[in-house]
Design a protein around this ligand. Structure first.
Ligand code: ADP
Length: 463
């Protein structure tokens, strides 16, 4: 790393505008400062009121609380970047992070987008195109054609029969676990297609749908990749994110337990090769369903993920700093990533929500206490007196532990959870305590339906 040009003072940008909020904005800021770069924060009116009490000068206010008028407002973000003199924009996750038009607009304005080329975002943003690209690159996919569905119900039924029921109808532009519907027989097809299409049109502005086999008991296992602009691409370990509620991840871990090392190496190598084929740059994640010892690609996320810290812990790499290096035009040395995962890491997403009903719980945090100690990391933006706004997602902190073995990491997470205290609002901390005491979860290898099943059984009642 010391050989890198940037250390010798040759860099494309000195200051990064962070086009996001919450814990990820803090995370990116830390990486910029560690690399001796400037970091400029932006904030909506709802967030600015909180931030200005703490920071010198405070963030640049870019618009009203509603995300579409602030964090999603490309013109406002661009103006803030120009006004601040930043040379690059880090989009974090969510908001504009997977917006190809935004990446292009930045480049037209002479700014560096810290992410992949717009062309790669476009391919992967369309799940049908992504699936086709992956099939071409030899990445194993969920059975089902890489073609959009038509409105011809008879044809759609034939496609479903070829795949074999149950099937899942998914929106090509879907995200955040929305725009999917499971179909168990031909009588359900017509309604499922029309409802999902309408949802897709409304939520994603894109009515295209596709169909694939619905896997009954898969795990969600994903591979982290990192690429430079010169064709060097590596995979940096895998993660298990099977603990989900409504297709949203709740707990993640690295490495995914019980995966055959040779199969993982072969799958990771395919992911890296696919990156080279599409001219990828920066960090990205290949998401797979894993069932009966086989991997099936579902989608690629062309950005940093919420759960990146578990990979950082076990791979010994700072993924945000790597993003910044690559954006500066540095090369990555594949050999330096060719090492096994070290130990085991877990992440709990702590949300401002009722642990039983999952209703959002915005409001004033009267007291926030987080654990410290060896192997514990907390990524958060909240503090005593912080008011959680009602306008954005409910993630208020990520609790990450790293220990030599999975068993030790579970024990450490139990201790870390016990030492975490957030008063004034409801959080899902009691849910995490239950999860880390659930014998099936502790044993490893639960499937993606496990948490929902537990919740139906009253897992969190009286939590
Ligand atoms: P999103 O972009 O909305 O996150 P994904 O395609 O990544 O959508 O799917 C999200 C989740 O939905 C997966 O983690 C899994 O739980 C479930 N899922 C998606 N496709 C399938 C499938 N073919 N079979 C079973 N479950 C699926």
């Amino acid at each position: 790393m010391s050989e890198r040009k940037m250390a010798r003072g040759l860099r494309r940008f000195d200051t990064v505008l962070i086009a996001n909020r919450g814990e990820i904005a803090e995370r990116v800021k830390r990486a910029c400062l560690a690399m001796n770069m400037g970091a400029v924060a932006i904030a909506s009116e709802a967030d600015a009121a909180e931030a200005s009490a703490l920071e010198d000068g405070g963030p640049l206010c870019i618009g009203p609380a509603t995300a579409s008028k602030s964090y999603l407002n490309q013109a406002a973000v661009l103006l803030a970047a120009r006004a601040s003199g930043a040379g690059a924009v880090h989009p974090g996750y969510g908001f504009l992070s997977e917006n190809a038009d935004f990446a292009e607009a930045l480049e037209r304005a002479g700014l560096v987008f810290i992410g992949p080329p717009a062309s790669a975002i476009r391919i992967m943003g369309d799940k049908i195109a992504a699936k086709r690209a992956m099939q071409q690159a030899g990445v194993p996919c969920v059975p089902g054609p890489g073609e959009p569905l038509t409105d011809d119900v008879e044809v759609t039924c034939r496609v479903a029969e070829e795949i074999g029921y149950p099937v899942i109808i998914k929106a090509a532009g879907g995200g955040g676990g929305r725009g999917m519907r499971v179909v168990r027989n031909s009588a359900e097809i017509a309604d499922a297609v029309s409802i999902t299409r309408e949802e897709a049109r409304r939520a994603f502005g894109k009515p295209e749908l596709y169909m694939e086999k619905f896997l009954e008991k898969p795990r969600h296992v994903e591979f982290q990749v990192l690429c430079d602009e010169y064709g060097n691409a590596v995979w940096v370990g895998h993660r298990d994110c099977s603990l989900q509620r409504r297709h949203q991840k709740v707990v993640e871990e690295a490495p995914a337990p019980g995966i055959d090392a040779a199969l993982a190496a072969a799958t990771g190598a395919r992911c890296a090769e696919a990156c080279r084929q599409i001219g990828y740059r920066g960090v990205g994640t290949f998401e797979f369903l894993y069932e009966n010892g086989a991997f099936f690609f579902i989608e690629m996320n062309t950005r940093l993920q919420v759960e990146h810290p578990v990979t950082e812990a076990t791979a010994g790499v700072d993924l945000v700093q790597e993003q910044l290096w690559v954006a500066q035009g540095e090369t990555i040395d594949p050999a330096s990533f060719d090492r096994p995962a070290s130990g085991h890491a877990f992440e709990c997403r702590i949300n401002a929500e009722d642990p039983e009903t999952f209703a959002a719980s915005p409001g004033r945090i009267t007291l926030a206490r987080f654990p410290v100690g060896t192997g514990i990391r907390v990524d958060t933006h909240v503090h005593d007196g912080y008011r959680v706004p009602a306008y954005y997602d409910s993630l208020i902190a990520k609790l990450i532990v790293h220990a030599p073995t999975r068993t030790e990491a579970i024990l450490l997470m139990r201790k870390a959870l016990a030492e975490t205290r957030i008063d004034g609002i409801s959080t899902n901390l009691p849910l995490h305590v239950k999860i880390f005491n659930d014998p099936d979860f502790v044993a490893g290898t639960v499937d993606i339906h496990h948490l929902e099943k537990r919740l139906k059984e009253g897992f969190c009642a009286n939590a």
